[in-house]
Design a protein around this ligand. Structure first.
Ligand code: NAP
Ligand code: X1H
Length: 394
């Protein structure tokens, strides 16, 4: 690896005093460990300040909870870290669980938000430069991605061939489906699999992975357009729950019951899914989005009837939370990327073109993107693009 010294500039900025062990721009790597001065990258394409979303008040109402900070310092990568310029950031149903403080009751605002991103390395620390270089496309799962730039520890950064939004869809949505079905799906040929929110970010992968395992797949969704998309990715029986009764369709078409449920909605949909289970069936609780906007975050289910319902069928319910399965993460992501690259997996991205104000571009549009998810209109994974400045040197 050949790196040359280049033109990163220095500027003293009052109370801000940080050390930069190493700074790289497209052509430059500069040892500045001697300096206590603040760096503004004059002459490079990295600005001093950036936009970032910050949770300033705990609430499941994303607009109430989150503030766009227009002018925060671009963070400094430590020795083992990369500075990544985000190009695409992923929207997750659980962004509002995070903004409401449900993830960690001890955390107090202000705190950063956003789970996953993909972009290019624009600067890095000395040890990080052993495995990464400036300009390299990387993806990551790390809190705080709703920002123009983010520091990412090199040991969790994922080198990717290209900065493509399709690859972003695999980071959380794809791996959630892959690992949960592998752990608790017991999939095999001919099994009947029900996927709720099937046309969404993670549902699309559950549908396709179950089809790959030669299962018969039923998918619920809220529109004919979504039902059409589900057909296109191999779903055998899309059910538009706005025009059909999910319970009645399942009873009529799958009288023996459902072997595996990938359940994301909660409330009444959860109850229907439990009642539709086959003998020895498995229901995986992926989420319960119908409750997230409420103050408790929970949508009631017929919990009192659950022990009897499960016992009668020797059925089981499994909770699944991706961070508890990081030991399986790498294998899952590699398998998904391979399927995608071999043309065996559709990674549907929703850029918001059909949303009221159009494509999600720029950090400001994260608010619209979250609203859009909760109107239930998205097909595939919702992604926000953070376009680069036209005069960017990278
Ligand atoms: P998504 O499926 O892309 O979007 C959410 C979908 O849910 C909407 O398209 C809509 O589809 C439905 N929906 C939206 N608001 C709703 C409401 N108020 N009531 C009922 N349905 C509503 O979102 P995602 O980010 O991929 O998340 C989907 C689920 O997976 C969530 O429950 C999320 O928490 C869960 N998840 C869990 C993990 C984990 O580790 N356990 C990881 C990732 C995601 P339809 O109306 O067409 O069904
Ligand atoms: C440490 O384990 C967790 C697990 C889930 C900590 C927090 C949560 C959480 O806040 C979540 C969550 C996270 C991801 C996801 O995709 C869905 C959900 S649902 C949820 C939650 C909602 C309301 C509550 O009262 C408790 C948890």
């Amino acid at each position: 690896m050949s790196l040359q010294c280049g033109p990163a500039g220095l500027r003293l900025l009052g109370q801000w005093k940080r050390t930069w062990p190493l700074i790289c721009s497209a052509r430059a790597i500069v040892d500045m460990s001697y300096s206590n001065h603040f760096v503004d990258f004059q002459g490079s394409s990295i600005p001093t300040y950036m936009k970032k979303l910050v949770v300033t008040q705990l609430s499941p109402d994303f607009r109430k909870a989150v503030t766009l900070m227009p002018n925060v310092p671009v963070p400094v990568p430590g020795d083992g870290e990369l500075l990544v310029r985000n190009r695409y950031i992923g929207i997750n149903a659980s962004d509002i669980n995070f903004s409401s403080g449900r993830y960690d009751s001890s955390v107090k605002p202000p705190f950063d938000i956003g789970f996953e991103g993909i972009g290019e390395v624009v600067a890095l620390g000395l040890s990080a430069s052993k495995n990464f270089t400036v300009g390299q496309p990387v993806a990551y799962v790390k809190n705080g991605c709703f920002a123009e730039y983010i520091t990412v520890p090199a040991d969790i950064a994922i080198p990717v061939p290209l900065v493509k939004p399709e690859l972003l869809t695999l980071l959380i949505s794809g791996t959630t489906a892959y690992i949960s079905l592998k752990e608790f799906g017991y999939l095999s040929e001919g099994k009947k699999v029900l996927v709720t929110a099937a046309a969404g970010g993670t549902g699309q992968f559950a549908v396709q992975l179950a089809k790959n395992a030669k299962c018969y797949v039923i998918g619920t969704c809220s529109s004919e357009e979504k039902a059409g998309f589900l057909k296109s990715i191999g779903c055998d029986l899309p059910i538009n729950y706005r025009s059909e009764s999910v319970a009645s369709v399942i009873k009529a078409k799958i009288p023996e019951g459902i072997d595996v449920v990938y359940e994301s909605i909660g409330g009444k949909m959860f109850d229907i899914a439990v009642n539709s289970l086959a003998t020895k069936g498995h229901l995986i609780i992926i989420g319960f989005i119908s409750g997230y906007q409420t103050s408790s975050g929970i949508m009631p289910v017929k919990a009192g009837a659950l022990p009897a319902a499960l016992l009668r069928k020797s059925a089981s319910v499994h909770g699944f939370f991706l961070p508890h399965y990081m030991s399986e993460y790498k294998e899952a992501l590699l398998a998904l990327v391979k399927l995608y690259q071999n043309g065996k997996l559709v990674c549907e991205v929703d850029h918001g073109e059909q949303s009221p104000e159009g494509r999600f571009t720029g950090l400001e549009s994260v608010f619209r993107a979250v609203d859009y998810m909760y109107t239930g209109k998205n097909i595939g994974k919702i992604v926000v693009e953070l376009p680069h400045l036209v005069n960017s040197k990278l």
